[in-house]
Design a protein around this ligand. Structure first.
Ligand code: SF4
Length: 179
């Protein structure tokens, strides 16, 4: 792991707990976090330790975000951390330098497990020429904010939309309201 931010509003919707992983194979020119590239640097934590840290955090959060480095380089472990986060009622946002299609085509059990554990995937390498400060949650316009839940339902890539997200959350709350 290269770091943790306990309160972020810029790494996905709502207030989020962010884990920055260590190790990235993509080496995008002008990457803002080149110190995360070396897979042998950073601090090592077990899934158990991270899950305990989440449980002890106690402050309400909308969700957890896995950022980079490249989260899919340790996909199996993060899929387990995602399960611990869900037990707290949190949703899961995952950043990756891979595209959604590359993850699917990898046929890698761990990568597919982390993809399934994610509600939102922000995919693609950072391309400096396509950089724009106005973009929500991402650095360059080639990157996509993918609604993984809808994408799986429809069998095609569906981009995340705030309106749909709000409607889904309202529906879920109404559905769970006791009468
Ligand atoms: S994928 Fe992210 S962390 Fe990795 S090199 Fe590209 S911008 Fe940097």
């Amino acid at each position: 792991m290269s770091g943790i931010t306990q309160e972020s509003f810029v790494d996905g919707p709502g207030l989020r707990y962010v884990i920055f992983t260590q190790g990235c194979p993509h080496e995008c020119p002008h990457c803002q976090n080149p110190e995360t590239w070396d897979a042998n640097a950073g601090e090592e934590f077990s899934v158990k330790q991270v899950s305990r840290m989440l449980r002890q955090h106690r402050k309400p959060k909308r969700g957890i975000t896995f950022s980079g480095g490249e989260p899919f380089a340790q996909a199996g472990e993060l899929a387990e951390v995602a399960t611990a986060a869900r037990q707290l009622g949190w949703d899961v946002v995952t950043y990756t330098g891979f595209t959604y299609e590359e993850l699917i085509e990898s046929n890698d059990e761990n990568m597919l497990a982390l993809l399934s554990a994610s509600d939102i995937l922000i995919d693609g390498k950072y391309v400096h020429e396509l950089r724009a400060l106005s973009l929500q949650f991402r650095g360059s316009s080639n990157q996509r904010v993918i609604d993984v839940v809808e994408t799986r339902k429809e069998g095609r890539v569906v981009l995340w939309k705030e309106k749909r997200d709000v409607a889904r959350r309202v529906q879920r709350n109404v559905g769970t309201k006791k009468v």
